[in-house]
Design a protein around this ligand. Sequence first.
Ligand code: DOR
Ligand code: ZN
Length: 347
Amino acid sequence: MSQSLTIPRPDDWHLHLRDGAVLRAVLPETARHFARAIIMPNLVPPVVTAADARAYRDRIMAALPEGMDFTPLMTLYLTEDTDPADVARAHAEGLITAVKLYPAGATTNSASGVRDFDRVRGVLEAMAEAGCPLCVHGEVTDPEIDIFDREAVFIDRVLDPLRRATPGLRVIMEHITTRNGVDYVKANDAGLGGTITTHHLIINRNHLLVGGIKPHYYCLPVAKREEHRQALRAAATSGDARFFLGTDSAPHTDPNKESACGCAGCFTATNTLPLLAHVFEEERALDRLEGFASSHGPGFYGLPVNARTLTLVKSDTPTQFPDKIDTGDGPVTVFDPGFPVYWSVAG
Ligand code: DOR
Ligand code: ZN
């Protein structure tokens, strides 16, 4: 018997589109299903000024195939030299939706990120005043801290002090991977949101490491132990409006993933929504997918829920997703959940 679920068109509150040939290949994968996405600014070189964001937005729109409707919500990459006035102006004009904080060295292309948080205080204050939210990659980079503890330590050492020092700043703790992240979001008010990726609802660190290393499951923050995955599932399916979808779909070509020093990132744009339907159904919470994927994010950002809809259908036979997306720079492997999925997007 086939089953279906119609929801307002989802948005992706954390997405990597890259540039050039990869952008052209991956953009339709997102635009086919999502109305809007927060576009990560970690290009090489990064998107740091309003002028950079405008030029990148134009390249995204130029890469969008005819007939597809998609709005990129641009972000600026926070550096210790970011000009508060440039940020405030870009936000007031509607050019940017948020600013992204990468602790320097935390992840892919984060070398220009923040080392000394005192040096960005002025920008954060200007953002609080302007109502411009801060998207945060929440991991410390201290080499002494174990990679599996970096999110929990970040909350205590950086995120909580930063939020206390800048009252009124709206913050999104992105791609939370731990019970600690879930608990921190729950312990605060509506000024703090948490995004959760599709892959962190599906894999734990065993999937990454047991039976041979799986480079396509390597991402940052790295997948944690099972109890954390369970906490993320509970948060995502709870109906709590502070949790919403940010896929962190992050394409790298296969040679860059399947390498002695492989890049971090799972590419999930192609099959994210069917996978989420599967997960929410498993958790007996299909009725809450709409909140997580379609309405909590707009609520946090003060944007309207999309008027168009999207329908997911469940059939008796497993959905065949492509293994790879070809780009002019090489193939990008689509995230494989490791189990059959019977959901697909209609149309
Ligand atoms: O896995 C990740 N990939 N995590 C990040 O924070 C960055 C991203 C990327 O840009 O590839
Ligand atoms: Zn990311």
